[in-house]
Ligand binder design. Structure first.
Ligand code: MN
Length: 137
């Protein structure tokens, strides 16, 4: 079953770009333009990952991440933050808020997909086979 990704981004062009790229990789996408709708939509859509723009007009992505991480239902969903101004301390502030991933805009597709996969795809642990010990005759 396709993994689900909620894309919260107020900029139409960026949102469309993120969604197109993710759809082309087989993900099921729910776009959200208004940050104020983000948490309700996350509860309905139950995504495997939230991509969160930080700069939005009605509510900051930073506040949304903090709210999601306080929410018993949403806190387990990983968040990949994307931010236009990558000033000193921004990444730390965003990670302190609870984001598991962080990308500075402009976002190129390679690092974007790598960050998405790192958060969405289950880590495959190497299987350690027990060493067969043949008892001595
Ligand atoms: Mn924005």
């Amino acid at each position: 079953m396709a993994k689900r990704i909620l894309v919260v981004e107020d900029n139409d062009l960026n949102r469309k770009l993120f969604c197109d790229v993710l759809r082309s990789q087989g993900y099921a996408i729910e776009p959200v333009a208004d940050g104020l709708e983000a948490l309700d939509r996350a509860r309905d859509f139950v995504p495997n990952l939230i991509i969160m723009d930080i700069q939005m007009p009605n509510v900051s992505g930073l506040d949304l991440i903090e709210a999601a991480k306080r929410d018993p239902v949403l806190r387990g969903i990983p968040v990949l933050a994307v931010t236009a101004y990558a000033g000193k301390g921004d990444e730390e502030r965003i990670r302190d808020a609870g984001a598991e991933g962080y990308l500075a805009k402009p976002v190129s597709i390679g690092p974007f997909m790598a960050a998405v996969r790192a958060l969405v795809e289950p880590v495959v642990e190497p299987v350690v086979e027990p060493v067969a010990v043949t008892p001595a005759p």
